[in-house]
Design a protein around this ligand. Structure first.
Ligand code: FMN
Length: 187
């Protein structure tokens, strides 16, 4: 029952209120091991993770800045700064990458869903360990310059930047709509 109540408390934390300590290397390894328990048609593990911690976040900030300028050479300095500040908000980022295979049996959507389930397991595991987290995308997640800077291959796609850390202040779990409107019995 305790685990079920824990699941009801799962919530995202705005990246700017995630501070040190982030999961350490061993805790992160455990979190990513739990990610790999995602359901997976064909056991193909169609994803991988890039971890970006501490000073390395400045490299991602630089890449975000380049990407923004390539998308819009006339970008305002305010917007540029806002985008470059994004990776610096939290102490640890896990980039979740879908690595899709050609398969007659496992359609792309199933592989994407599997990678998404792995990403969600990161959120569940990090909350269960007492850390805060949030799954974010935005234009930089779909930008070819960011993809090549991170070393993605042609069959790969960023599905999310998961920001991790400790909640600077405890936030209430979000209210969700009642589930009964979404349930019907058939036939
Ligand atoms: C694939 C995906 C991409 C998302 N990208 C963003 C994003 O770029 N910006 C944002 O504010 N929320 C984004 N979200 C939503 C947040 O991660 C979060 O779920 C939302 O703020 C609701 O909070 P909750 O998880 O506590 O219910 C994304 C969620 C998913 C599943």
């Amino acid at each position: 029952m305790n685990e079920l109540l824990q699941l009801l408390k799962r919530h995202s934390t705005p990246a700017k209120v995630l501070a040190e300590p982030a999961p350490d290397d061993e805790q992160l390894r455990q979190i990513l091991e739990i990610a790999m328990h995602a359901p997976d048609h064909g056991r193909i593990y169609p994803y991988r993770f890039i971890t970006i911690r501490g000073d390395a976040r400045h490299e991602l900030s630089r890449v975000f800045g380049e990407a923004v300028k390539r998308r819009d050479p006339d970008v305002s300095s305010d917007y540029l700064k806002k985008q470059m500040d994004k990776p610096l908000r939290s102490p640890l980022i896990v980039v979740v990458i879908a690595s899709l295979i050609e398969s007659p049996k496992i359609p792309e959507i199933e592989q994407m869903l599997c990678a998404g389930a792995a990403a969600h397991n990161i959120l569940l595991a990090s909350n269960a360990m007492g850390f805060g987290s949030i799954w974010l995308t935005g234009d930089n997640a779909y930008d070819t310059h960011v993809e090549s800077a991170l070393g993605l291959a042609g069959n790969e796609q960023i599905i999310g930047f998961i920001y991790l850390g400790s909640e600077e202040k405890e936030l209430p779990s979000p209210q969700k709509p009642g589930v009964s409107d979404r349930i019907s019995q058939w036939p």
